[in-house]
Unconditional design. Sequence first.
Length: 255
Amino acid sequence: MEALLEELGIKHCSNTIIGNNLIRGISGGERKRTSIGVEIITNPSMLFLDEPTTGLDSKTAANVISLLVNLAKVRGRTVVSTIHQPSSQIFSQFDELLLLVRGNIIYQGKASNAIDYFGSIGYQCPPLTNPAEYFMKIMNESGILVDFLNEATGKKSLDALNMRPQDIEKKFMERVKFLTESYKNSMMVTEVKKDVITDPLPKEQNLGVSWFVQFWHIFVIKLQDQLRNPMEGKIKIISAIVFGIVVAIVFNNVT
């Protein structure tokens, strides 16, 4: 446990409550790293994360990603994460990249090769531009309007601003179809299939515990949570009393 706290960089606040909207606790970055620690405390070989940098400033987000990179490269864990519009510094630390548009894969391969791939099919990322932001633009309906405004001049600019939502949707679906077909016809599909393991998984021994053991651990955890958050318990008691009084008044002398 001490080694895990040291690795996550939260050993200095190990005796501080996490906190909530009413009780001040650790910072947002420390809370994110604590969430990651909860997941890796059982030493899993694969770690799934859903937008771990959302709500964090750029410095804290970079620290969280650096922690995940260290877990992957030093500890040998596979880290799979969804992420929305990362900075160029964060994007440069990705090994593999998977881009999805409305359930369709448009890229799956090395993150470092993404710019060259999209450039080869006509979507060249401008110089000094964050690749992640450029990919988000071509994967979003608003990117259609932006492209038309950049290409249009004079009266055509006004026409671009007056484009109907149906027209934008039609143009966008044409782009999605082109990007999807380009991916299917690329060598990436073949490379991905090479890495698919088709060997049958061995049957593992059932290591389930009894319902009493499960109940006991859940009870202890909930009891500790109540003791550490007395305000929550007081609010529940007050709510129950108020609700009881209201019910008593409403149904008083009802026959």
